[in-house]
Design a binder for this molecule. Structure first.
Ligand code: SF4
Ligand code: SF4
Ligand code: SF4
Length: 332
């Protein structure tokens, strides 16, 4: 895939910094991205030495949250730090992992990069039904899509992921070194506008919307596997003794999977969008976690992973925490 000048600048700086980290003996590996076989696809990649650096790529399809892989890679490479590139939300997930004891701050060398937002490849492929996309060229604000007998230009912002469009925190919250400059906090008019629309529905319409969304689910668990919050040794969906949940794609079972997983992410989710990006069925399950993000923000005034010194909202309590939902006082 051809790249634009902004991404090329980031990639050049990234490669130079990773080379120095290897040469100075600071890291034993660097977690970034490499090309994959199809257009608009990338894969997480651990560069293990200086020669591997050439395989690193950076483009607007780097939607996978690398924080997901860090704890396991660090476990297997104890001698030195592991380096990783981190945007705003990925760095917030690293903070959550540190707060939850999944990794130690000193185990990771973070190269922070401010995010311009990533593209949802499905937003592109949906525009070309029945056509095979063979080549994608990315310029700073335009993406050119080519296949047999067609070539079309699309504005980058028109195919940017929903979560990136409403992201107020593009800058990494923790880092050891920076690539490029910080962008600063973005002012978003209403980052919960998608949730507001659903909240305004009547209960039966809301349920209808939910069932229609999960109806497409094939229970492949790609969403769970891509999420840096889902690191349980045995997930409740895989447990057989006791079996919490059947394996079918009946609405009752699929609904329980999605509701429980969303609740497991409450107060921890950074809206990174990795779950939604990897779903082969185009399910907008990010909206389930976004609803809980909104509730946690309104109840506790906290967004996950922004402050390493602030305990996760559901792991602590204050004497004046809102408790209307658990205690109803009856007037005498
Ligand atoms: S869905 Fe829940 S139980 Fe399963 S891995 Fe995620 S957090 Fe753990
Ligand atoms: S639930 Fe989805 S959006 Fe939230 S942290 Fe996990 S992968 Fe990211
Ligand atoms: S990735 Fe999509 S299809 Fe697979 S389990 Fe998650 S929601 Fe269902």
């Amino acid at each position: 895939m051809e790249n634009n000048s902004l991404n090329n600048n980031i990639l050049s700086e990234l490669k130079a910094k990773v080379l120095k980290l290897f040469q100075d003996g600071i890291i034993s590996g660097f977690l970034g991205f490499a090309s994959a076989s199809l257009p608009m696809s990338i894969r997480p990649f651990l560069a293990k030495n200086e020669k591997d650096i050439d395989k690193l790529v950076w483009n607007s399809f780097c939607t996978i949250n690398l924080a997901n892989y860090l704890p396991e890679i660090i476990k297997q490479n104890k001698d030195k730090k592991i380096g990783a590139i981190a945007t705003g939300c990925w760095s917030r997930n690293i903070v959550v992992q540190i707060q939850e004891g999944q990794l130690k701050r000193d185990d990771v060398y973070i190269l922070g990069v401010s995010s311009r937002g990533m593209i949802n490849s499905k937003n592109i492929s949906d525009r070309f039904p029945g056509k095979e996309i063979l080549h994608v060229k990315e310029e700073d604000h335009i993406v050119t899509i080519e296949g047999r007998g067609f070539s079309e230009q699309i504005k980058r912002w028109d195919v940017t992921r929903d979560n990136c469009k409403t992201c107020a925190h593009p800058d990494p919250v923790i880092y050891d070194d920076l690539i490029g400059n910080l962008a600063g906090k973005r002012s978003i008019n209403n980052k919960y506008s998608q949730i507001d629309v659903i909240e305004e529905m009547e209960p039966d319409k809301k349920w209808e919307w939910f069932l229609k969304e999960i109806d497409k689910c094939i229970r492949c668990y790609a969403c769970r596997n891509a999420c840096p919050l889902c690191y349980c040794n045995t997930c409740f969906v895989d447990d057989s003794k006791p079996q919490w949940l059947g394996k079918s794609i009946k609405h009752t079972e699929t609904a329980i999977f999605h509701i429980l997983r969303a609740y497991h992410c409450a107060g921890r989710c950074t809206d990174c969008g990795a779950c939604e990006s990897v779903c082969p069925m185009g399910i907008k399950m990010r909206l389930f976690t976004k609803k809980l993000e909104k509730d946690v923000f309104n109840l506790f005034g906290v967004e996950a992973g922004l402050d390493i010194n602030e305990p996760l909202p559901l792991t602590t309590y204050k004497i004046d925490d809102p408790e209307d939902f658990i205690l109803k006082l009856e007037k005498e």
